[in-house]
Design a protein around this ligand. Structure first.
Ligand code: NAP
Length: 289
């Protein structure tokens, strides 16, 4: 039999969301299956939240091994899982499902992806303080995983909006369920932001400010100075270097963009489905560098 041929034994893994056709996930997973000679195939389907329940029922019958969810399906999937990981339960959203003989177990690997990217870049933030900009979907995943992974203190900044109220609930959950001390503050309060940054190990931008086509925007007002030794990270990867990262680099600070968060959230999902490590160094070279 030819290598990589789809047979009657091949098990399917999918990406569901809307839109999905731009996603790099099918390439990185199928290439990893090929490199490790694993009998899976990964396909993407454009599925809206109101269609999700029917698709998920079919997936159980089809013994699909698992699937990823992207926006806007992550929160709807949270309601459809039979079991949830600790992180997914706290985040309230699922981006990875593993089908264990008909039991659908929901995980959220976005935060793990970010934390692994930080580690991979050679930074250690365990026991330290993180300042996080944004309290939306990605920020929630990062906040929860950082707290679960031993970040000691977390200050979230968001403008006063509906998302701020979500952030207040998030902070309460983190304080109740982990050893991390979390709080949320108004993003408009520049002096407070500067003060919180002064003893932070890492600043994480989890807002879309600075993303294409608004590359001229920066989430930090110009008057705020960045302290020595601060790691400045952005989860945006388009452009590769946002204005925030450029400013930090010009101050001599270490920086990290969102590329490898994307890679490692996929690598963690891959491990959950296959029990094997994604060959990340090859995937990095072929798709990310
Ligand atoms: P989201 O759920 O819509 O959250 C966006 C966050 O940014 C909210 O806190 C929002 O606050 C804030 N925000 C947006 N525009 C703002 C503005 N003009 N001023 C101040 N705050 C603003 O989006 P998301 O899914 O978390 O995604 C956020 C960013 O992360 C996007 O750029 C996305 O591409 C990127 N991302 C990267 C990865 C990766 O793997 N690298 C993964 C996921 C997401 P309000 O609600 O108050 O506006």
């Amino acid at each position: 039999m030819k290598k990589n041929q789809i047979t009657g034994h091949t098990r399917m893994i999918c990406l569901l969301g809307s839109p999905v056709s731009h996603s790099i996930s099918p390439m990185m997973h199928n290439r990893s299956f090929e490199l490790l000679d694993l009998d899976y195939a990964y396909l993407a389907f454009d599925i809206k939240p109101q269609e999700l329940s029917g698709v998920v029922d079919s997936f159980r019958k089809m013994q699909v091994r698992g699937f990823n969810l992207t926006m806007p399906d992550k929160t709807e999937m949270y309601r459809l899982c039979d079991e949830l990981s600790d992180a997914a339960r706290m985040i309230g959203a699922v981006n990875t499902v593993v089908n264990e003989n008909g039991t659908l177990i929901g995980h959220n690997t976005d935060g793990t992806g970010y934390m692994r990217a930080v580690e991979n870049a050679g930074f250690s933030i365990t026991g330290k303080k993180m300042t996080l900009l944004g309290a939306g979907g990605a920020a929630t995943s990062i906040a929860v995983q950082a707290a679960l992974d031993g970040v000691r203190e977390l200050t979230i900044f968001n403008r006063k909006s509906k998302t701020f109220a979500h952030g207040e609930m998030l902070v309460k959950k983190i304080n109740e369920s982990t050893d991390c001390r979390a709080k949320i503050c108004d993003l408009e309060d520049s002096r407070l932001l500067e003060r919180e940054l002064s003893d932070s190990a890492i600043l994480t931008n989890a807002t879309p400010i600075g993303m294409v086509p608004n590359e001229a925007a920066c989430p930090l007002p110009e008057e705020i100075s960045l302290p020595d030794g601060l790691i400045v990270s952005d989860i945006i990867y388009h452009p590769e270097e946002t204005l925030l990262l450029k400013r930090a680099r010009e101050c001599g600070l270490s920086t990290m963009n969102g590329m490898y968060m994307l890679l490692y959230q996929g690598a963690e999902a891959f491990r959950l489905w296959t029990g094997q490590d994604m060959p990340v160094e090859t995937i990095k070279k072929e798709y990310f560098d």
